[in-house]
Design a protein around this ligand. Structure first.
Ligand code: AMP
Length: 282
């Protein structure tokens, strides 16, 4: 596995893989890897002759410097895991390599980035889109792999690629969960020992909504959301930040579930915010 920290080294490695006729797959990450990230690597490996993973904790997508400073980092372990998966190249640039230009240029995707996560974390998706666009320009992947765990992010990146005619296929991979259903996340290490049940209430609420839809044929989203919210508000020390049912393509809230929809939510526990979602098909 080649480990590079500069843009020119990354370009060189990709160039020789491409001239050998290989399809280039990219898995962008912020490190502190878990099974969710590794599932994206496996998806890329199964379809691409050359898989690159990036590790970069991107400061421009953090709203608070505290969150950025405390974001878990473990480069040694990450590299070991990626090597075991047979990744061809890891691009792990320092901050200065990614943001060398003093003049800022940003990608702003508009309305989709101002709702849900974007409303609670202003500027977050501008930072995400900008760094993903930079990674696409550096690695020039044929395919790029993202998790449905961050559904809004995936939808926004697909929109960016389409709107800006970027020559890359964006592939969404299913959410990987821990054995009790909690979505794998780098931030799960901040869940205190006695907090696990509370942390699971968002997933339980999503599952309840899915069950009411599929087993009791309730399609009215006001009823579904009321039942879902009850599961979360039962816990006084869990802050429900949002829980909504939307169209699965454009994230617009819907009144009735017809076809493919998304139920997505966010909660805040003492030291961590958790987000999760399920695709609802009816
Ligand atoms: P992050 O390191 O949190 O920026 O995530 C890097 C990529 O991994 C993003 O595309 C995430 O959506 C994806 N990802 C994070 N957690 C999971 C998960 N539990 N299942 C699948 N993909 C995930």
């Amino acid at each position: 596995m080649k480990i590079v920290s500069t843009i020119s080294e990354a370009r060189e490695a990709v160039k020789s893989a491409r001239s050998a006729g290989k399809t280039i797959g990219l898995v962008p990450t912020m490190g502190s890897l878990h099974e969710g990230h590794l599932s994206l690597v496996r998806a890329s490996k199964s379809a691409c002759g050359f898989t690159a993973a990036s590790i970069f904790v991107n400061p421009t997508q953090f709203n608070s410097s505290e969150d950025y400073n405390t974001y878990p980092r473990d480069a040694g372990r990450d590299l070991e895991l990626l090597d075991k998966e047979g990744v061809d190249m890891v691009f792990a640039p320092p901050f200065e390599e990614m943001y060398r230009e003093k003049t800022s240029a940003y990608i702003d995707i508009g309305k989709l980035s101002e709702i849900f996560e974007g409303k609670l974390r202003p500027g977050h998706f501008r930072g995400v889109c900008t760094v993903v666009c930079k990674l696409f320009n550096i690695i020039t992947p044929d395919r790029a792999y993202f998790g449905w765990k961050d559904a809004q992010q995936l939808i926004i990146i697909k929109k960016m690629v389409k709107a800006l005619n970027m020559p890359v296929e964006v592939i969404g991979c299913p959410t990987v969960r821990e054995s009790d259903g909690l979505a794998a996340s780098s931030r799960n290490i901040f869940i205190a020992a006695g907090e696990r049940e509370r942390a699971l209430c968002l997933y339980k609420s999503l599952k309840k909504i899915e069950e009411l839809l599929l087993k009791q044929n309730i399609r009215d989203t006001a009823i579904l959301l009321e039942e879902g919210r009850k599961i979360i508000t039962k816990y006084p020390d869990v802050e429900l930040q949002y829980l909504e049912i939307t169209d699965a393509e454009n994230l617009e809230c819907i009144e009735e579930v017809k076809g493919r929809a998304l139920v997505l939510g966010a909660i805040k526990l003492s030291r961590v915010r958790l987000i999760d979602n399920l695709t609802l098909s009816f």
